[in-house]
Design a protein around this ligand. Structure first.
Ligand SMILES: [Zn+2]
Ligand SMILES: [Zn+2]
Length: 129
């Protein structure tokens, strides 16, 4: 099991299998909510342990960004009904096994953030680049 939780421990979940992939988005929205590095998980592998009722939502365009209403930890799209959805890599307690596969929206990257891996960089979203 790969466990994840928020900073205050109110929200807990686990994955029964390794996620599909990890990516890093440098757009200002992901950066400001604190969910730049995300992990795509299969809905079938995701299980709530506790605290789902303490989730707050921020609707930003096409995404619903979830966070803990007590401590503010960004969780990603944990309530998505898609077959695969992104979770903030920050909230994992165990090694999610996958490693960063790409950087997107690199044109929005702040100057103080230095990319230190060799994976593919997309100027904007991969499908548009
Ligand atoms: Zn919390
Ligand atoms: Zn983004």
């Amino acid at each position: 099991m790969i466990r994840g939780s928020c900073c205050c421990g109110t929200i807990k979940f686990e994955l029964s299998s390794e996620p599909n992939m990890m990516g890093t988005c440098h757009c200002s929205q992901c950066r400001k909510v604190g969910a730049s590095t995300i992990v795509f998980v299969n809905k079938d592998s995701f299980r709530w342990i506790q605290g789902r009722e303490f989730i707050s939502r921020y609707e930003s365009g096409i995404y619903t960004r979830c966070f803990c209403q007590k401590c503010g930890t960004a969780l990603g799209e944990v309530e998505s009904q898609e077959d695969s959805f992104p979770i903030a890599a920050n909230c994992f307690d165990d090694d999610p096994i996958v490693r960063n596969l790409f950087h997107e929206f690199v044109t929005s990257k702040p100057v103080w953030y230095e990319i230190c891996d060799d994976v593919t960089q997309f100027p904007e979203h991969p499908v548009k680049s």
